[in-house]
Design a protein around this ligand. Structure first.
Ligand SMILES: Cc1cc2nc3c(=O)[nH]c(=O)nc-3n(C[C@H](O)[C@H](O)[C@H](O)COP(=O)(O)OP(=O)(O)OC[C@H]3O[C@@H](n4cnc5c(N)ncnc54)[C@H](O)[C@@H]3O)c2cc1C
Length: 524
């Protein structure tokens, strides 16, 4: 990985690595390890790569059912370049001019743009000059926090508060206060904005990592900078990115096995020694990378021997789940952008419902991704269009299955909110696919349907995610529940950090033993 790891020129051809899961982190780890001569095999229980970056088919048309906002493309530019490939040749990206369209009712709408001046002007017309100036101060602060934490925290392997202070050279308590870990995102926004709609809009960035703006540190305003730095449309859909990563890994020699569920991580001589699959295959390896949620290890899904390799996330520390509708439907009224947000009018109670009461929100904020639209333009083809509608939901899919009545009532509230804002969606049951927290828990076991690992609540939360080395030698961690956290670019980074740890552990052994197994333990 550029700038952070010494890559050995020694070929590691005798080193076998089993990767458990072909999510974004599993795939980026596979790419980095394969290009350095490791023999990599990925075991993925689903039929396709991508994990949460999955695709569903509705009314015969493929739709993204996971991430839709693609940012920080430079992380992928670097990944491909390091592997001797070109990201821009492999995946066609189109820059978005409209970052997102926001609505509170049929009359109050606000677009944010890639061009900050256009956003400033729009905010000025929407909320007045003072808040437009506040926006400029806010973007400068978000940029400052991002610049401070990018290499020192996000791309560094598991920093501690003390290590972080040293690394960013925090000279005084003021420097630490500048990254605003001790105040909540919601509270901090009143320093920049007086209009409650703008506070709500920028508070929502906490949900990008599955958290409540009322409980997470103001540091998360850096997400606003990430979006301001560029949002791209991926031609062919986000799932295309996962397919491209799998193709690159394969071209470098990795083997991807789909429909291959891992049931146990093997341990021998006090270190991870391979995996066992549902079909009973024993696959010996010198190192194992787990791209499953860390709770799957901690709750014993991969055997008692690895249960203590990582700490368990308490159910109340989990991040948001979601209730989603993938639809192919005609829309009328409100002109959708690719990304549109329809705000509920009781924001605090929305998070209270989810995190404290464990119920679907009475007054949901609704995100709609109109997958056939570029910026604000109508789809090229008239007629039904492809939509993903999402509301936040409690991560309790392992202990509570929402009844059909509860889902239906939330669906009514969701689409009523869209109507209030002027959007009508003509839904057909045959062209609708609903995914609940229980479904997400089934797809991503031991999560309760939490989609972003542990929530980022409290200033210490970022430091409690494990780094890429688990407590068990030979077992490495990668993915949204590992440092630096969830979101496509962060998961990609965690996969790279896991690969870098394996390489470092490998090259740190004596030169005479470099062709021996990782850590010097031979496999039978
Ligand atoms: C609805 C939704 C919307 C989102 N929106 C955005 C967005 O707009 N932008 C953004 O950046 N991020 C977004 N995210 C978050 C982002 O998708 C994730 O943080 C990221 O994709 C997680 O990647 P990961 O590496 O943790 O792997 P995961 O996606 O969690 O994949 C883990 C893989 O491990 C496999 N696995 C688990 N157990 C086993 C087993 N026993 N055997 C074999 N395989 C196994 C799973 O099948 C899965 O493929 C969204 C997520 C969701 C669900």
């Amino acid at each position: 990985m550029n700038g952070s790891t010494t890559i050995s020129s020694t070929p590691h051809t005798t080193q076998r690595v089993a990767i458990l899961g072909a999510g974004i982190a599993g795939l980026t780890a596979a790419i980095d390890l394969s290009r350095q001569g490791f023999a990599v095999t990925i075991f993925e229980r689903a039929a396709a790569p991508g994990g949460k970056m999955r695709e569903v088919v509705v009314a015969g048309r493929p739709l993204d059912a996971g991430p839709t906002v693609f940012t920080l493309r430079e992380i992928f530019d670097e990944l491909y370049a390091d592997a001797g490939a070109s990201f821009s040749s492999a995946v066609k990206l189109i820059p978005a001019n409209v970052l997102a369209r926001h609505a509170w009712n049929a009359h109050e709408h606000l677009d944010l743009f890639a061009d900050p001046q256009r956003s400033t002007d729009a905010i000025g017309s929407f909320a007045g000059k003072r808040d437009a100036e506040g926006f400029l101060r806010f973007t400068r602060q978000a940029q400052r926090i991002y610049a401070t934490l990018d290499r020192t925290f996000m791309r560094a392997s598991r920093p501690t508060p003390l290590g972080l202070s040293r690394r960013i050279g925090l000279g005084s308590i003021n420097d630490l206060i500048n990254i605003q870990p001790f105040t909540t995102l919601f509270k901090s926004l009143s320093h920049y904005f007086s209009d409650t709609r703008l506070i709500q809009l920028f508070a929502r960035y906490a949900t990008y990592c599955g958290s409540s703006p009322y409980l997470s540190p103001a540091t998360l305003m850096l997400i606003a900078h990430v979006e301001q730095a560029g949002v791209w449309y991926v031609e062919g859909g986000m799932h295309r990115l996962a397919v491209s990563l799998a193709e690159l890994a394969t071209s470098l020699g990795a083997e991807c096995r789909y429909g291959a569920e891992v049931t146990r991580v093997l341990v021998r001589g006090g270190r991870a020694a391979g995996v066992e699959t549902h079909g009973g295959e024993i696959f010996a390896a010198d190192a194992v990378v787990s791209n499953a949620d860390n709770n799957a290890l901690a709750t014993g899904l991969f055997g008692d021997a690895v249960r203590t390799s990582v700490a368990r996330t308490a159910p109340k520390a989990r991040s948001l789940s979601a209730l989603t509708w993938n639809l192919v439907a005609q829309t009328e009224g409100f002109q959708l952008a690719r990304h549109s947000v329809f705000f509920g009018d009781a924001y605090a109670s929305e998070f209270d419902d989810i995190f404290r009461r464990g119920r679907l929100p009475a007054n949901p904020t609704v995100y709609v991704c109109a997958q056939d639209r570029y910026d604000g333009a109508s789809p090229a083809q008239r007629g039904a269009e492809r939509l993903l509608c999402l509301v936040n939901a409690p991560p309790i899919g392992d202990t509570h299955e929402f009844s059909a009545a509860e889902i239906e009532s939330c669906e009514t509230r969701t689409f009523r909110r869209l109507e209030t804002c002027g959007l009508s969606v003509r839904r057909e049951p045959a062209a609708t696919r609903v995914t609940t927290p229980t479904d997400f828990n089934r797809l991503f076991p031991a999560t309760g349907g939490a989609l972003y690992g542990p929530a980022s609540h409290g200033w210490m939360s970022s430091f409690t995610r494990p780094g890429s080395r688990s407590k068990l030698p030979g077992l490495y961690l990668a993915g949204g529940s590992t440092h630096p956290g969830a979101g496509v670019p962060m998961a990609a980074t965690s996969g790279r950090l896991a690969a870098a740890s394996i390489v470092a552990d490998c090259v740190s052994i004596a030169p005479s033993r470099r062709v021996a197994m990782l850590g010097g333990t031979s496999m039978p």
